[in-house]
Ligand binder design. Structure first.
Ligand SMILES: *[C@@H]1O[C@H](CO)[C@@H](O)[C@H](O)[C@H]1NC(C)=O
Ligand SMILES: *[C@@H]1O[C@H](CO)[C@@H](O)[C@H](O)[C@H]1NC(C)=O
Length: 355
């Protein structure tokens, strides 16, 4: 009797470290990596490595980045993917998957596959030779193989399932492809185009889930009618916000949000969250003084009315004097300061739903 009790004690003592370690593992809520898909909002330079007109690896882009370097990020400084990674304590910058030497640590903590000019609609990337979302998924598959070589199958799988996935795109589908070019309007009215884009977004998320992703955040689109470029193109002589475009964005966001909620409930073990970018950006536009902004209708680059990507360069006109007063860097992309305000707000709003 005593002997078997002693044996039991020895057994418990021997097993205890394993039990405790397993418990620590299951309660480990840290995010090992940030993995990013989408368009110019989160492209840290993938477009540098491909043939496309959607580029910005020249000054004054990157004016306020580390060493004032124009890395291919579409802003004056860091972009949302960098900000999310650093606020989650993962790393300071999320590198582009293409065009740079990535070491093991870079791969283990996540990369961005995003490409400026891309969208869920395949035509959107085709029009500007950006990397389509389907190809971004192919690059992700290749990345998973590399991760497995570095970390081994089990650890790679653990990283894939516990990482946070950030998907930010869709703006170019509506703002560029649907409203600016005539191609889609031949076959689709606005409601059917919105339905098409939402279905494409949904397929993308499901494919990502099928590859092992579980914590997926998908952004809606911004008030595209108030982008400086759209004010110039369709806002009349006063360059006002284009109501129709904003209404389209609201409808799209509402449909996308519903679809993502459906996926969240039907895909086992998933945390799929719709991120509302519209409201926070609109708030900056409606109450600029509350955030210290003086100019919300023009970009800081050049005249601020048309300059974006290739036309925003140091050969034409210099950027504005005080970028901190500007909501937009060029006619399409917010400044680093504006991005920081939005990301801070979004993370505090959604962080718990993604744990
Ligand atoms: C838990 O997270 C830490 C990072 O804070 C990491 O070093 C550790 O390997 C993780 N543990 C497991 C079991 O995944
Ligand atoms: C997603 O589903 C989980 C249950 O699986 C639920 O706890 C969570 O609130 C849902 N999130 C959203 C945004 O619907």
């Amino acid at each position: 009797m005593i002997a078997s009790f002693a044996r039991l004690c020895v057994l418990i003592i021997l097993l205890l470290p394993y039990v405790l370690r397993a418990q620590a593992r299951s309660s480990n809520r840290t995010t090992p990596a940030l993995i990013v898909f989408g368009d110019s909002v989160v492209d840290p330079g993938n477009n540098n490595a491909i043939v496309t007109t959607v580029k910005c690896n020249f000054p004054p882009y990157g004016k306020d980045f580390i060493n004032h370097k124009a890395t291919g990020r579409f802003s004056n400084g860091k972009i949302p993917s960098d900000m999310i990674a650093s606020r989650l304590g993962i790393k300071q910058l999320v590198p582009a998957y293409l065009g740079t030497e990535l070491d093991a640590e870079d791969l283990l903590t996540g990369v961005s596959f995003a490409s400026g000019g891309s969208g869920y609609d395949p035509l959107t990337s085709e029009l500007v030779q950006a990397i389509p979302m389907s190809e971004q998924l192919n690059m992700f598959k290749e990345y998973m193989k590399k991760l497995e070589e570095i970390a081994g199958g089990r650890r790679a799988q653990d990283i894939i399932s516990r990482s946070l996935y950030v998907v930010i795109t869709g703006t170019d589908d509506l703002a560029n492809t649907y409203f600016t070019t005539p191609f889609r309007r031949v076959d689709y009215d606005l409601p059917s185009y919105i339905k098409f884009v939402v279905e494409s977004a949904s397929s993308f998320v499901q494919e990502l889930y099928n590859l092992g992703a579980r914590r997926i955040s998908v952004s809606g689109i911004s008030p595209i009618g108030c982008l400086p470029s759209q004010r110039t193109l369709a806002g009349g002589i006063e360059r006002e916000c284009v109501d129709l475009y904003n209404q389209a964005a609201v409808i799209y966001n509402s449909e996308l949000s519903k679809e993502l909620q459906r996926l969240n409930h039907t895909l086992p073990g998933s945390r799929i969250v719709f991120i509302d970018m519209y409201t926070s950006l609109l708030d900056l536009m409606q109450r600029p003084e509350a955030y210290g902004f003086k100019e919300i209708a023009r970009g800081c680059c050049g005249t601020g009315i048309f300059e974006v990507t290739l036309t925003c360069n140091s050969f034409t006109a210099p950027p504005c004097e005080d970028v901190s007063k500007y909501l937009f860097w060029d006619t399409y992309h917010p400044t680093e300061r504006a991005y920081n305000i939005i990301i801070k707000k979004i993370l505090s709003q959604y962080r718990s739903s993604l744990d």
